[in-house]
Structure formats: structure tokens, C-alpha cells
Design a protein around this ligand. Structure first.
Ligand SMILES: NC(=O)c1ccc[n+]([C@@H]2O[C@H](COP(=O)([O-])OP(=O)(O)OC[C@H]3O[C@@H](n4cnc5c(N)ncnc54)[C@H](OP(=O)(O)O)[C@@H]3O)[C@@H](O)[C@H]2O)c1
Length: 241
């Protein structure tokens, strides 16, 4: 039950959120996708089964697109409507297995644009709908954890992407502080979904989407105000920064 806004909802983990959340007819599920002209067959098929899904366009790398999306959200939930859960799942990993010696300005900036500025602008743009008890989830990765990356038994990898996720982690701490102030009471957390079988997870991924999303929803629904600004995984355990 509640109003859920999900980015990157046409495939992967975002789509699985829509799948699980839409099965409760009392929930309103706002599923956003980069472009309404991309392949939305999976989302459309869910939409046929459940009439609580609203499919909207939102390219999270484009501020005008985010602003247009937030106006469309207001039309659905009303100008003072509350978003119970904002699930920032959309992200890119356009380059894999790169090292710090291969880092390029172009790649880092494009990852920051989508993976960091996207969730930042989404929160700014939807601010009036984030009210006491609302939860914002920024989907990060275990490899955005500095503690994890400096373990000697774990090779550093995916430099560009992991830097963008480490930046997203810091954004989350700041958002948690800013949205927790003055009795606002919005909870903001980072979530590591695990190594999940999606296009991004690639070959070798070990977790089913259903298990990851089920675990994340359980964790998100159990969060209290004092859990804001913290980093969690899909088993509901806290992850060190
Ligand atoms: N899978 C894993 O093992 C794993 C591990 C750690 C963290 N994560 C995180 O989990 C989240 C979901 O990943 P996933 O595995 O589901 O990846 P995925 O299968 O590659 O899906 C990524 C989703 O993000 C969307 N997206 C990318 N750029 C976008 C943009 N500019 N605007 C709107 N949507 C955009 C994609 O849309 P298009 O179809 O239009 O490209 C797609 O829907 C990401 O934040 C990822 O970093 C995943």
C-alpha cells in the first residue's frame, strides 16, 4: 500500500520492483522509463494485468525530462500528494573492468550525470511530495563502499562506475541530513541490491531479481527515522561506508 515512484522501470531491478509492487491493488506504482519509444513490452504486459501502474517518461540524465516528469507525477497524485517511496534505480555502467589508469573525462562525467545528478535532481524536483515518513532509496553498489574497496582480498574494479556510486553514497548522507531537518522526517538511504541477474549484473551474477527486490522492500518498509543516512543491503544488513 502506498505511492511508489521507480526510475529505470522498463527492465532489470526497476521492472521487478514494478512487478512486486503492482500486485497490491491498493498501491499506486509510477513506473518511469528513459523513453516511451524504447522496448516497453515487459512493462506493458504488467500494465495489462494491473490497473495501478502509471508509465511515464523520465530520462534521469536530463534535467528538463526530470522536471516534466515531476509535473506529470503531481497530476497523478495531486499537487500536495505524498510519495511514500522514491526508488532511484536507474543507472548506467557503460564501461566495465576499467582501472584508474583508463579513467576518462567523458566516461566519468556521463556516469556522474546519470548516477549522481539524476537522483539529486529527482529529489529536488519531487521535494513537495516527499513528506514525513517518505523514504528515498538511492540504489548504489557494494563497490561504491570505500571499506569494501580497500580490503586487500578484493581487487579494485570498475573504477568509473564505482566512483559514481561512492559519490551517490555521499549524496545520500547529505540528502538524509537535509531532508531530516526541521521536522521534515524524510528517510534517505543507500541500498546495495547484491549481484543480481540483470543486463548490468551480467554473466556470473548470483541473485535472482525477485529475491533481491523482496529483500530490499522488506528492509525499506522496516526503516525508522534513525536509519536515515545509512547504507543497507538486500538482506537488511548495514553496509560499512
Ligand atoms: N545488477 C546488479 O548486480 C547490480 C549490482 C549493484 C548495483 N546495481 C544497481 O541496481 C540498479 C538497477 O540495475 P540493474 O541491474 O537493473 O541494471 P539494468 O538491467 O542495466 O537496468 C538499468 C535500468 O536503468 C535505466 N536507465 C539507465 N540510464 C537511464 C536514464 N538516463 N534515464 C532513465 N533510465 C535509465 C535503464 O533504461 P534503458 O533500458 O533505457 O537503458 C534500465 O531500465 C542500478 O542503480 C545499478 O547500479 C545493480
Amino acid at each position: 500500500m502506498g505511492v511508489y515512484v521507480i526510475t529505470g522501470a522498463n527492465r532489470g531491478i526497476g521492472l521487478e520492483f514494478v512487478n512486486q509492487l503492482s500486485s497490491d491493488p491498493s498501491s499506486t506504482v509510477i513506473a518511469s522509463t528513459r523513453s516511451l519509444s524504447s522496448d516497453l513490452s515487459a512493462l506493458k504486459s504488467l500494465n495489462k494485468q494491473h490497473n495501478n501502474i502509471h508509465v511515464l517518461e523520465c530520462d534521469t540524465s536530463s534535467f528538463p525530462s526530470i522536471h516534466a516528469f515531476s509535473l506529470a507525477v503531481s497530476k497523478i497524485i495531486g499537487s500536495d500528494g505524498k510519495i511514500d517511496y522514491l526508488l532511484n534505480s536507474a543507472a548506467i555502467q557503460d564501461i566495465k573492468d576499467d582501472s584508474s589508469l583508463q579513467l576518462t573525462e567523458h566516461n566519468l562525467l556521463s556516469h556522474i550525470q546519470t548516477n549522481v545528478l539524476g537522483p539529486a535532481e529527482m529529489v529536488k524536483s519531487l521535494l513537495k511530495h516527499l513528506q514525513k515518513g517518505s523514504v528515498v532509496m538511492n540504489m548504489t553498489s557494494g563497490i561504491g563502499s570505500l571499506s569494501f574497496s580497500k580490503r586487500s582480498d578484493v581487487p579494485t574494479m570498475h573504477t568509473t562506475y564505482s566512483i559514481s556510486k561512492a559519490a551517490l553514497n555521499m549524496l545520500t548522507v547529505h540528502q538524509a541530513c537535509d531532508l531530516g531537518k526541521d521536522g521534515r522526517g524524510v528517510i534517505v538511504v543507500c541500498m546495495d541490491p547484491g549481484w543480481v541477474k540483470t543486463r548490468m549484473g551480467g554473466e556470473g551474477a548470483i541473485m535472482e531479481k525477485g529475491d533481491s527486490v523482496n529483500g530490499m522492500l522488506k528492509c525499506l518498509r522496516g526503516l525508522k527515522e534513525e536509519d536515515s543516512g545509512r547504507f543497507w543491503n538486500s538482506s537488511g544488513e548495514e553496509v560499512p561506508w
